[in-house]
Write a protein that binds this ligand. Structure first.
Ligand code: NAD
Length: 264
């Protein structure tokens, strides 16, 4: 009889770094990685570290080590510094979740340069320089024989399809989808996988305002074959899977978690 190795979703003895984890999806990702056994370092914007406290409590409730650090991903030297801090404290980074992100909902004809730069610098440039900083560390470890780094970008279905008032956000997230492919291609030889998830609309502080407008909510629900706005819980399995050894042959992929929006 063929002997099969069953998929392993456990993350024990791994150290994860999740950016922007004081709220919404990032909080969920940090807690889910801890639930599967990882120690988790989370980041929040300078001056907002108190927001990270509930996430730390969730991580610790799973018996894992947690630490919250200040980080603005738009500041490239800070991206390098944060990785050095995590390595000094935890010895390694095995999993990076590039979750920090912003959106500015505006008609294309009204987009300001300031908002364009904010969204692109956070969602695209910030993710890249975090991946670069963590990637350098993972490459060094891989050369010493320690393979298996995981980078997971939180993109968006808005990086795959068009939608109103998403010129900057859609550009950033589409860039992130292809950045995922490029890094996957370059770093496969170091055993590092680079993937993304592309959520549909999820109820979080980022989107609360949108769902408070009944017409927009109804429009969104009518476009999602599953018939509802997604929850943070809906997104967690995809990230745990991509972080685990079960996904070791999956790289360069963007996993749509969109209730069927893009299937239609
Ligand atoms: N909520 C949705 O419908 C949805 C859908 C698809 C993708 N996403 C993506 O998921 C990620 C999380 O979104 P969310 O809905 O939880 O939003 P959120 O606003 O609740 O959380 C975003 C987090 O990023 C942090 N952040 C913002 N700018 C930062 C910066 N410059 N440096 C470091 N941290 C920064 C914020 O402090 C916050 O903790 C984002 O990348 C977002 O684009 C969200």
């Amino acid at each position: 009889m063929t002997r099969l190795n069953m998929p392993n979703f456990q993350l024990e003895q791994r150290v994860a770094l999740v950016t922007g984890a004081g709220s919404g999806l990032g909080q969920g990702f940090a807690a889910a990685l801890a639930a599967y056994g990882a120690d988790v370092v989370i980041t929040e914007l300078p001056g907002r570290l108190d927001m990270a406290q509930p996430t730390l409590e969730l991580i610790r409730s799973h018996g894992r080590k947690g630490l919250a650090l200040e980080l603005d991903v738009r500041d490239v030297p800070s991206c390098t510094r944060i990785v050095e801090q995590v390595v000094a404290e935890f010895g390694r980074v095995d999993i990076l979740v590039n979750n920090a992100g912003v959106n500015r909902v505006q008609w294309a004809e009204d987009v300001t340069e300031e908002n364009w730069d904010l969204v692109l610098d956070t969602d695209l440039k910030g993710a890249f320089f975090m991946s670069q900083a963590v990637g350098r560390h993972m490459i060094t470890r891989a050369k010493a024989g320690d393979l298996g780094g995981r980078i997971i970008n939180i993109a968006s279905q808005m990086g795959v399809v068009g939608y109103y008032q998403r010129a900057a956000y859609g550009s950033a997230k589409a860039g992130l989808v292809n950045q995922t492919r490029v890094l996957a291609f370059e770093w496969a030889k170091h055993g590092i996988t680079v993937n993304a998830i592309a959520p549909t609309f999820v109820r979080t502080p980022l989107t609360e305002q949108t769902f408070n407008q009944p017409e927009i909510k109804a429009d969104l629900e009518s476009r999602i074959p599953m018939g509802r706005i997604a929850t943070v819980d809906d997104m967690l399995g995809a990230v745990v899977f991509l972080a685990s050894s079960a996904a070791s042959m999956v790289t360069g992929h963007t996993l749509l978690v969109d209730g069927g929006w893009t299937a239609v």
